[in-house]
Ligand binder design. Structure first.
Ligand code: ATP
Ligand code: ATP
Ligand code: MG
Ligand code: MG
Lengths: 465, 465
């Protein structure tokens, strides 16, 4: 007969780890670095801390291709009672809130740890301390895949002898350094492009040291958690707000748990749904809830979702970052005004670097640096909305760019919900409003490049005479 | 402070349902049909039952764009005590075994039900009975998203008055029929192409009836569950076999729980790992387990994984399917010999139809019908390994095909583990050995087409004289 069974989320992502980016030793080594570095940066720049990040990859076995990866940060640390679940339970996260962060799924560190566990048997080691605490806490863990829970193999703490806060995560995985090397270095370099406010040190298995030194001392403004926007409503959202029991009237629930719903809006919505504002939320019938949900979705006069939840890089940071890496003769950036899709705010930022040490592009389109919530995206370029725009919808000749040319286009999308195509976070789906915004942003900076190149050409012609 | 929390798998796939294909009402309507039809076909053709599948989409509300979708099959049904979890618990499945089926994740029906629940509030209705049972069982369910468990709103049973077995699933979702219409019809048509042994009836919201009548009475041989192949080994697999307690010696564990490990191979592996064959599995130290895992992975003389786990269509079925839909002047098919990747067997099948009622392709490459485990893949064509081959690696001129041309290329990959790029099952990752097999298969059938076209051209030239 059929074997019916339930599996845990740990089992699911162990079984289908390729979908999370762990498809072969080279790619897994890359993804492990990514997940740990993205956690380290989330723990710093979202919390007003100038990041100091150290990444070490060491060969961990003479015979087998095992690599020990250590990532250290000076971030907010993790409370000791939280550490086991943060690293030992799949679908556990501090980022399930409405605020822009690199992390979003509650998966990254765990799948890396799972991969290390099944390929090398070695546990993950975590050392952490929050600012202000007197002690540093350490753990050796592995994941009970069947039950999706941590197994603490060792734990302890010791007194701090100096002011330190942050986290050190160490996993050992089967990898392929020679195959993964150029991608890993590219990832770290592209991370450095958008974090000129970070010190990043990378030590490779060949003992090569790459140091991206901080060049500006100001951080992008950190993101703040916000209330949901009514365009994000559905029946489940509404039911949960009701079952939280926090509101005595439906009017209170609407005005206090959503952004962009004030007195007038609340009364208008309730009137359209045929609900008395003083009605007890828990007593509303299901069909009334559905009607209210639909009325809320269809109302057209809300203030758009607040961009306080976002943390764009800003033009100064983009320019500083491109300068640090490419020393271009031309560099310009734009941070567009906030837009929204399905109740989520988003901002598109574009930077273009030209000349200087900017590498020559291919002959078909400029070198493209894609970013989402400050994460560099290197794979699945072909299925990303940005690639389609840069490659197929812009005639670079019109901007006096004769490809191949020393031109890099940086595109950064930030949002409280990036429409990633997969949990491996490699490409962005083609959402209409986002597509339009990205295109407008690129064209705007391209026009400035055209002005520059046109002036430059006239200069050169005049010099020839 | 940071809000650390765990979420259930239901919550995860509710929050990120776009990643599972539920990204907007049109796409969600399409995906709902897909998930239910794929379940219906798995319940029939994998179990020696000639499928009778009925698909009905009806408008369910005059004002709101709600659609009731009913899919009925004559399959093996579901035991009544299993129904609530099968449809109410995310990551519950009968397909987590080593056997080719369309389903694999334990998600499909649940995400469709979740989507219906949050957009229309209506519960899913299931009617089912297994062959030989005297009663038919019915349920009305919804999913408790927070706890990832079913909530039974109604259930009951009644006596059968005729011999019936199978399942009827009915969900009501917010959709967009006008936008989704052509894709849904295309999906059903492409399903019919590879199931000429199935009766498929589709009734649209416009009361249009499309009937694909069975044209052959033989089924592809059904897949059988098999033991894992040693190339699929990792530390977790080995530890689980040990903790099952079923084997008194490590020799027994190897020879009885794996395919392709006989007496000689077992002794060779154990000798290389420095383990006595009579050693009690539970007493093996961790480092010895890792050593054994590595020895097993590196051994090169295994018999390849058995293809009994697979259920290829077969050349007769592919030809009959292409004939049913295209009535082509030329049609040929090939089922390649089994191959393997990472311990999983796979078979590539290709069919080419030319002329007759075959539609004209675009001017750049033939019309491509992609299939994985008999599932038609319609989206994300650009990121699929097959597209890359058909579009970029084959010069169709060499095969006397002057594009645009009335040519359809059908490519079917079947395996116990399809390397899908995402849980929405739309495109296949570029795995080397699979890439090579697909290419060889297409070229082989393309050569036969070339022979045909060359003869045809000579005929026409001779007739002109
Ligand atoms: N270096 C770190 N400093 C502080 N907290 C961390 C660090 N690494 C992980 N965490 C905590 O552990 C949680 C789990 O991390 P994990 O990478 O598994 O998921 P995530 O970052 O929330 O989401 P994603 O899967 O998108 O990466 C994080 O949400 C964060 O709270
Ligand atoms: N029509 C059906 N007839 C018989 N069993 C069914 C039917 N539909 C669903 N099931 C059972 O319910 C289980 C869950 O279905 P669901 O679609 O959620 O997951 P799956 O098919 O196993 O995997 P996937 O997410 O890849 O579709 C199936 O594994 C199967 O056992
Ligand atoms: Mg993370
Ligand atoms: Mg299914």
């Amino acid at each position: 007969g059929e074997q019916y069974r339930a599996i845990s989320p740990a089992e699911f992502f162990y079984k289908y780890r390729e979908i999370a980016g762990f498809s072969n030793p080279a790619r897994a080594l890359y993804q492990t670095i990514r997940e740990l570095v993205e956690n380290a940066l989330d723990a710093t720049d979202a919390h007003n801390i100038l990041p100091d990040i150290k990444i070490v990859i060491r060969r961990a076995d003479e015979v087998n291709p095992y690599y020990k990866i250590v990532v250290e940060d000076n971030g907010i640390g993790i409370p000791p009672h939280i550490v086991p679940e943060a690293f030992g339970r799949v679908l556990f996260s501090s980022k399930y809130v409405l605020r822009q962060t690199r992390g979003m799924f509650g998966l990254g560190a765990k799948v890396a740890i799972l991969y290390g566990q099944i390929t090398t048997g070695r546990p993950v080691e975590i050392v952490t301390s929050q600012p202000g605490l007197k002690r540093i806490y350490y753990f050796k863990l592995r994941i009970d895949i069947n039950k999706n829970q941590p197994v603490i193999l060792e734990k302890g703490s010791y007194r701090k002898n100096r002011e330190w806060h942050g986290t050190i995560v160490s996993v050992t995985v089967e990898g392929d350094w020679s195959k993964a090397k150029s991608r890993i270095k590219e990832y770290i370099m592209r991370t450095a492009v958008v974090t000129p406010y970070a010190n990043i040190v990378f030590i490779s298995p060949e003992d090569e040291i790459i140091y991206y030194k901080r060049t500006i001392n100001k951080l992008p403004r950190p993101p703040r958690e916000v209330k949901p926007h009514p365009y994000g409503i559905d029946l489940e959202v509404l039911k949960r707000l009701i079952s939280s029991g926090k509101y005595t009237t439906i009017y209170d629930l609407l005005t206090k748990s959503f952004q962009s719903i004030g007195d007038v809006t609340a009364r208008t919505l309730l009137e359209r749904a045929g609900i008395d504002p003083s009605h007890e939320p828990a007593k509303l019938r299901e069909d009334k809830l559905l009607e209210l949900t639909n009325v809320m979705k269809q109302y057209e006069k809300y203030r758009p979702p607040t961009s306080l939840a976002l943390s764009p890089l800003g033009e100064e940071v983009i320019i500083a970052g491109l300068k640090r890496i490419y020393q271009p003769e031309f560099v310009e950036a734009i941070t567009r005004r906030p837009a929204a899709y399905e109740g989520h705010p988003f901002i598109v930022e574009v930077g273009i670097a030209y000349g200087g040490r900017t590498p020559i592009s291919t002959d078909r389109y400029p070198t493209l640096l894609r970013y989402a919530n400050k994460i560099p995206l290197l794979y699945d370029e072909g299925s990303d909305v940005t690639t389609r725009i840069v490659k197929e919808e812009i005639n670079w000749d019109n901007y006096l760019v004769k490809l191949p040319a020393p031109i890099v286009v940086l595109v950064h999308l930030c949002s409280t919900k990036i429409p990633f195509k997969g949990v491996g976070k490699e490409s962005i789906a083609d959402v209409d409003v986002i597509h339009k915004e990205i295109k407008l942003a690129i064209l705007e900076v391209a026009r400035r490049l055209r002005n520059y190149l046109s002036k430059k050409m006239k200069e050169e012609e005049r010099r020839k005479k």
